[in-house]
Ligand binder design. Structure first.
Ligand code: NAP
Length: 298
């Protein structure tokens, strides 16, 4: 029996573990892939208070080490189901918790066009910091208009020959400061009001075709297309214990509790205003303190 089973080893889940372990609770963290969550794909994090600049990978490694030193039990198992009585079922085992925290984050959204899946690893990527080095002195495109796309474009502009940033509107969702930095780069070209129509190539990506608002199509020769159009959660598995909004995010009345007693939610996977590292770690700590209090009331 664990005091708390945390599903997801991103910043929200690991921060939750950190607070619980420091309160001497028995904690199990279950993770399907690798620890760190989405932040490992951030080339640079420059808006985390007290840390002027750090790579997402370093941030994740530091946080992991911090909880590991406190004796966290982390198992790489895919959770298949959470029962109302806080039994957590994975492909390999069943675990019982007094409390359960869902901190599963979100996955990269797909363009859902032909060749996208086929060209993953052959020109199509969702992680500039992971794959950028393969495109040294080549032309690449970054698709999207949020902070991820802007930061990916900045990162790639120091590696690639030319970076096209393709965005479907005439205004960016991401920070103005990053847009200004990109405007100063000679090898960055903005392709605004344009959607990617196709990913072209025989065995690997050779070009993309974009279509503007007037319907004009243009082919852009690129070896790489970095798709950075946001994330989407995958919470269908938990529908027996949580309510989801129309976009699949977990509803909670107060940002902590789900509809099931002692099953909590933290981080990007819940309905919230702002999905950032700062708000993910905030969620993790608040959920931990709430769970500790509610366990002591039993
Ligand atoms: P995001 O903010 O949701 O932006 C997604 C972008 O992709 C938007 O510009 C959106 O266009 C575009 N888009 C969505 N679906 C599309 C489609 N089907 N076709 C074409 N374009 C599409 O996602 P994000 O940039 O990954 O950021 C996620 C969160 O993490 C944000 O809160 C962000 O600020 C944060 N973040 C923080 C850091 C950091 O702190 N260092 C770094 C990266 C991300 P529209 O604008 O037209 O909707």
């Amino acid at each position: 029996m664990y005091d708390t089973i945390i599903v997801g080893a991103g910043p929200a889940g690991l921060t939750c573990a950190l607070y619980l372990l420091r309160a001497n609770k028995k904690v199990l963290v279950l993770e399907a892939k690798s620890y760190g969550g989405q932040i490992v794909t951030a080339n640079k994090v420059e808006n985390y208070p007290g840390i002027p600049s750090i790579s997402g990978v370093d941030f994740a490694n530091n946080l992991y080490k911090q909880v590991k030193d406190l004796g966290v039990e982390l198992k790489f198992e895919t959770v298949l189901k959470i029962e109302e009585d806080r039994t957590v079922i994975t492909a390999k085992n069943r675990y019982q918790g007094k409390t359960v925290v869902i901190a599963t984050g979100a996955e990269n959204r797909k363009l859902s066009i032909d060749n996208e899946e086929l060209f993953v690893g052959k020109g199509v990527s969702y992680c500039a910091s992971c794959d950028g080095a393969f495109f040294k002195n080549k032309n690449v495109a970054v698709i999207g208009g949020g902070n991820t796309a802007l930061q990916d474009a900045l990162y790639l502009s120091d590696i690639a020959k030319k970076v096209y940033i393709v965005h479907r509107r005439d205004e960016f969702r991401g920070e103005k400061r990053s847009v200004s930095k990109l405007k100063e780069k000679e090898n960055v070209e903005f392709v605004m009001n344009a959607n990617v129509e196709s990913l072209n190539g025989k065995e690997k990506l050779e070009s993309i075709t974009v279509k503007d608002v007037e319907g004009k199509e243009t082919e852009i020769k690129v070896a790489g297309a970095f798709i950075a159009i946001g994330q989407a959660p995958r919470n269908e598995l938990f529908m027996n214990v949580v309510d989801l909004n129309e976009r699949g995010y977990i509803e909670s009345v107060d940002g902590v509790h789900t509809k099931t007693d002692k099953i909590y939610v933290a981080g990007d996977t819940r309905v919230k205003e702002l999905r950032q590292l700062t708000t993910a770690v905030s969620d993790g700590s608040i959920v931990a303190v709430t769970a500790i209090r509610e366990m002591s009331e039993d």
